[in-house]
Design a protein. Structure first.
Lengths: 215, 553
């Protein structure tokens, strides 16, 4: 009787067991464009539901190159493609570079909002965006929780960029990765991955390029 | 004889939930069959063809327009003003001395006050009387609002100042499911606005108006029944000059029927010929062309706040009915607006202006209200608000939402304008923008902030082309471009958080000598010890030096 109840409970879609990561029928992820990284992520790519936290102390070590192939893939979805919202970026994004990576710059929305959390949540809840990138300190856990909930319901790629030291605090995000770089290239440490496990991937020097054109 | 203002129930009565309680179904007064099919079945079962009028005029008469135009209802809904709203109200005309009661509400009428009574007598009857003054400008605004509302039912609306509106509804009957259904809907709309109205429907506009003024809610569809039905109306409904009415009264002519029986020539000679013409028009014997009401281009609404409001939340409760009114106005015209100005007037401080801009033409009150709420939330009132003015922008053609059979991809396109609006309302118009490519060699000029909702097709084509030409990776461009190039210290190569290591370059860019923005630079891709890829250039003009211009994300 009690084991039946347990079985029922375990079949619940929102419950996962760490050792079942391969048999779990979770939603497939969005391929990152880097095979080594895809192998470490549970759905074979960026989770499509829930918040992704990218922790890095510097701009320019490749944190965007890591995401650009996925963004380009989202733009390539044809008429269904949503918008790419950039909320409080540290510098203005440069359209020719984005276009060169295969991103449709006509679908980029840049928002300069000092408290980025509110704008991020609005963008996530609007259903208009297929990806929302936000740069915010997110000091309180309540706003993180709200963002995570909004990201889970929206089903779009939601990325929050924070500082490395924020990695020590708990977070409801589905995936947390810390980026560091040195002379040998970029290292991606997966701090938390729902349905996956912590790992470390050295990607070397990555450079976002236009996705291979299908002929 | 029914007094004007008192609805008299006749067999042809229109459905009137407010005034005529429904009797038992068996003996309910039934609308004549003519309303249904244009044919009348006699008692013997024979079908007689009825002459069908080419026009049917519905008159809407507001017996209490003076009181309703003052909109004391808004004050009574307010908790604080409950006490003063509960007092019986009379309206006087200050312009004519203010000694005579022009109009009174139901509570005052219950105390025995009637229009035309001296104000002092009224105060003697009811000492707690609240005396309000007529405001002709607001009465006119009420009539315009009524006409705008009427335009939802027919395009042909004609004003009958000061208290009536005529609607030609012949063409609208089928759409609204008959005269009865149309009247029910119209009455519901009027009641929602707090207006008590008398409706009458006949083939002649003047006759409808007279019936409505007399409080007889009839629905006559055949012109030949008009003379017999109009005859018993008191002559007061014609609103002829008082001297004329007095003269007729001394002749023993007190109802319309008596007047019709007078010899035509004599009547025209003794009184103005215009009156004879009016009689003919009321009987449907003379044509009665009417000027159509044309609503003002822009909608301007105002509401004075009796107790002044300092609280944003209560202010919202005041503004929302105004938005409903605005949207009714827009609906009637099939229009939408993309901007709106709200002015909050204070007693001493200068007016607070809120300007809302929408990302696309809108005509939905809920959406405007949501945006206004965001805007009000970040507004600080310098003082109490004593009056609210709403002015719509120029009306645009409304683009009706077309439901897609395969509704999946409508999701994004419909939601973006709303998202942009909400963000702009809170963060300001400049805070949200799109990106746009420009065919230009100078890096800082190769993009501009684009407007989001204009689908920039040339730019899109340009993006496609530049990607095809360059193959995507020929000339490296950074994802972040600094707004102003940052000078770098150090010699050759320069330093930025450590010695830089040149990876690629140079890429020479020389351009812009023709417009003053001359650029002569050699661009390099460099990496610092921390692993940050940078886009730097060496100035080739006189000053020289190294600059940081971008960061590869």
């Amino acid at each position: 009787m009690s084991s039946d109840a347990l079985e029922q409970l375990l079949r619940h879609p929102s419950l996962w067991r760490a050792r079942q990561r391969d048999t779990m029928g979770g939603p497939p992820g969005l391929p990152t464009g880097y095979t080594a990284l895809d192998l470490c992520l549970p759905g074979g790519g960026w989770p499509s539901q829930g918040l992704i936290e990218v922790l890095a102390d510097r701009t320019g070590i490749g944190e965007l190159s890591l995401l650009l192939p996925a963004l380009a893939r989202l733009c390539g979805e044809g008429r269904e493609a949503g918008w790419l919202a950039w909320i409080s970026p540290p510098h203005p994004p440069y359209a020719p570079a984005l276009a060169a990576c295969g991103i449709d710059v006509g679908r980029v929305l840049v928002v300069r909002a000092p408290p980025a959390e509110w704008a991020m949540e609005q963008a996530l809840r609007s259903g208009a965006c297929s990806a929302v990138l936000g740069w915010a300190a997110c000091r309180d856990r309540q706003s993180l929780r709200r963002l995570q909930l909004a990201a889970e319901q929206s089903g779009c790629l939601a990325v929050l960029f924070r500082r490395l030291r924020d990695g020590h605090e708990p977070s409801p995000a589905v995936l947390r990765i810390a980026l560091s770089s040195d002379r040998d290239g970029l290292e991606v440490r997966i701090l938390k991955s729902r349905g996956g496990r912590a790992a470390s991937v050295r990607l070397g020097w990555i450079r976002a390029a236009a996705p291979a054109q299908a002929h | 004889m029914a007094r004007p203002g008192q609805p008299r129930v006749t067999p042809d009565v229109l459905p009137s939930p407010a005034t005529a309680p429904d009797p038992a179904p068996r003996d309910r007064p039934v609308l004549p069959r003519v309303l249904g099919g244009g044919r009348r079945r006699g008692t013997d079962g024979s079908v007689a063809a009825a002459p069908v009028a080419r026009e049917l005029w519905l008159a809407v008469h507001l017996p209490h327009y003076m009181l309703e135009s003052l909109d004391l209802r808004a004050a009574t809904t307010d908790g604080a003003a409950q006490a003063c709203g509960a007092a019986p109200v009379v309206v006087v005309d200050v312009g004519r001395g203010g000694k005579v009661v022009c109009d009174c509400d139901a509570r005052a009428a219950a105390a025995g006050v009637v229009p035309g009574m001296a104000l002092n007598s009224a105060l003697a009857l009811e000492p707690g009387l609240r005396v309000a003054s007529r405001e002709p400008r607001r009465e006119r605004a009420l009539l315009d609002a009524l006409a705008t509302l009427a335009q939802e039912f027919t395009p042909r609306v004609s004003l009958e100042p000061p208290d009536g509106v005529l609607l030609e509804v012949r063409g609208s009957l089928r759409l609204f499911g008959g005269a009865r259904a149309l009247c029910v809907q119209l009455r519901e709309r009027l009641q929602a606005r707090g207006l008590e109205a008398r409706l009458a429907l006949t083939p002649a506009p003047l006759a409808s108006l007279w019936f409505a003024r007399a409080g007889e809610e009839v629905a006559l569809r055949r012109p030949d029944t008009l003379p017999s039905r109009i005859a018993p109306l008191p002559l007061g409904v014609t609103r002829w000059p008082a001297r004329t009415l007095q003269a007729l009264s001394t002749m023993g002519v007190r109802i319309v029927g008596d007047c019709v029986r007078l010899p035509r020539d004599g009547f025209a000679r003794r009184f103005e010929p215009r009156l004879r013409l009016e009689l003919d028009r009321a009987l449907g014997r003379a044509p009665d062309p009417r000027a159509s009401f044309i609503a003002a281009e822009r909608c301007t609404l105002r509401r004075d706040l009796e107790p002044e409001i300092t609280d944003i939340v209560r202010l919202r409760c005041v503004v929302e009915p105004l938005l409903d009114e605005l949207c009714a106005h827009l609906r009637a015209r099939g229009a939408a607006i993309d901007s709106l100005e709200l002015r909050l007037l204070h007693r001493e401080a200068p007016a607070t202006r809120l300007r809302l801009r929408f990302a696309e033409p809108v005509a939905v009150a809920g959406r405007i209200a949501a945006l206004l709420q965001e805007r009000l939330a970040r507004t600080e009132l310098p003082a109490a608000v004593r009056s609210v003015r709403l002015r719509s922008g120029a009306p645009l053609e409304a683009c009706e939402e077309v439901a897609d059979l395969f509704a999946r991809d409508r999701r994004h396109s419909a939601a973006v304008p709303q998202l942009v609006e909400r963000l702009r309302a809170r963060l300001g118009g400049e805070a949200v923008h799109g990106l746009c490519l420009v065919a230009e060699h100078r890096p800082e000029a190769a993009q501009r902030s684009g407007d989001i909702l204009v689908p920039d097709l040339p730019a899109r084509a340009l993006a496609e082309r530049s990607r095809d030409e360059t193959g995507g990776a020929a000339a490296p461009r950074p994802v972040w471009l600094l707004a102003v190039p940052q000078p770098l210290e150090g010699g050759d190569p320069p330093r930025y958080e450590g010695a830089l290591e040149i990876e690629e370059g140079p890429e020479r860019i020389e351009s812009g000598w023709w417009d003053g923005g001359d650029v002569r630079r050699d661009y390099y891709v460099a990496r610092n010890p921390a692993g940050v890829r940078l886009w730097i250039f060496r100035e080739r003009r006189a000053a020289g030096g190294w600059f940081l211009h971008g960061v590869f994300g």
